[in-house]
Design a protein around this ligand. Structure first.
Ligand code: ADP
Ligand code: MG
Length: 374
């Protein structure tokens, strides 16, 4: 799929942006703090997923303005589509989202239409940083191909927090341990579903990522990415999350109850699982060099895009925010060669404009929230 027209007005500092991107490569360059990432973020909002940089609703509209309007036309495999996303002060909770002119109940209903993969400098640390980042990555990836997943995942988080409150109350003698039963049955069912979907996703991710890594390392190193469950010893070959996996999950919660009560939180569960990368059998988190971490991040992101393309039969739009200039020449060329057939937006500073004369596409210049084609 590819974006054919993008209009943004009043989103943060962006003013009267109206561009017709190239179906393949688009380079957006400008000095710092001119609105490059804001533009990427505006596109991302149209995917129906929360901001990748955690922008709050109240920070979305221009501080000096009253309204923001985003209008994005794109083509998927079948037809022309249009997404509109509008907000106005003071009722910022009332977001007006439309898909092909039809009003939607919430921005999350946009989900599953425009597919994007966003890659930022923070992602370069994915194999080095906290497990939470890797869980978020897995959750986003899974929800991009499985519509019902995002809701289960957010319900799980809510339920887990409520269970933690209850654990603290039990510890303080304000509640009885019997009250855990109802929570645990629900938590086990959701946790089993999340475990299974994440596990299957990471298995697929590993196939793509290890092949790409083999290429990027010139066949010298072998990458393996594995899902590490805190609940299940074995997930391979298991499919029945409703009975089989839920049962084991519940047994695990029950076994750990007294520990959980002492700790005041749930010690085992999908909220504590991790995704581990190994290079030649050694855990990357402890042993990989900075260059290896970057290569792992690259191939994970590329694998995410490939899986999306495989599952939806349509290539996602790639958003590379400030990330290309962080990579050395050979890694830059590698990434670009792997996404040649997709629409790509690359943001960079004026002085790191990719100088490769062969690059085909459009170049846009951003200054003070205004965009002009060069
Ligand atoms: N709600 C807002 N209203 C107006 N300007 C904003 C708002 N939020 C952020 N900005 C401005 O956006 C600019 C940063 O944009 P950003 O896209 O992050 O820059 P960069 O080009 O470096 O990626 C800053 O100048 C900041 O003041
Ligand atoms: Mg930026």
């Amino acid at each position: 799929m590819h974006i054919t027209r993008l209009c943004i007005d009043g989103f943060k500092n962006l003013k009267k942006v109206d561009i017709q991107p190239d179906p393949s490569l688009n380079v957006l360059y400008g000095n710092n703090a001119q609105g490059k990432t804001n533009l990427v973020e505006a596109v991302w909002l149209c995917t129906g997923v929360r901001s990748f940089r955690g922008t709050k609703d109240r920070s979305m509209i221009d501080i000096n303005g009253e309204v923001m309007n985003i209008s994005l036309d794109f083509k998927n495999r079948f037809r022309d589509m249009k997404i509109e996303f509008c907000m106005a002060k003071p009722n910022i909770k009332e977001k007006n989202c439309r898909l092909n002119g039809v009003k939607l109940k919430a921005p999350s209903k946009l989900f599953g239409n425009l597919d994007c993969v966003v890659f930022t400098p923070e992602d370069l640390d994915i194999s080095k940083g906290a497990p939470e980042k890797r869980r978020q990555f897995a959750d986003l990836c899974v929800s991009q191909i499985k519509n019902s997943y995002a809701k289960v995942s957010s319900d799980y988080e809510q339920l887990n927090e409520q269970r933690n409150v209850l654990l603290k109350n039990i510890c303080a003698g304000r509640s009885s341990a019997d009250e855990l039963e109802v929570w645990d049955v629900q938590l086990a069912r959701m946790g089993a579903y999340i475990s299974l979907l994440r596990y299957n996703y990471i298995k697929k991710l590993n196939i793509y990522a290890s092949a790409l890594y083999n290429e990027i390392s010139g066949g010298k190193e072998k990458l393996e990415i594995k899902y590490c469950s805190t609940v299940f010893d074995v997930l391979e070959g298991r499919t029945d999350y409703k009975e089989d996996l839920s049962g084991d999950y519940l047994a695990c919660l029950e076994k750990n109850r007294s520990e959980d009560i002492k700790a005041g939180f749930t010690l085992k569960g999908v909220h504590r699982d991790d995704i581990a990368a190994y290079i030649d059998g050694l855990p990357a988190r402890d042993f990989a060099s900075q260059g290896q971490h970057r290569s792992i991040a690259l191939v994970m992101k590329l694998a995410q895009a490939y899986i999306l393309r495989e599952e939806t039969d349509d290539a996602p739009v790639m958003l590379l925010d400030d990330v290309l200039s962080e990579l050395d020449g050979s890694r830059q060329r590698f990434v670009l060669s792997k996404i040649e057939k997709m629409q790509v937006f690359i943001t960079c500073c004026a002085d790191s404009l990719p100088s490769d004369g062969k690059l085909k596409g459009k170049v846009f210049y951003i200054e003070k929230g205004g965009v002009t084609e060069r």
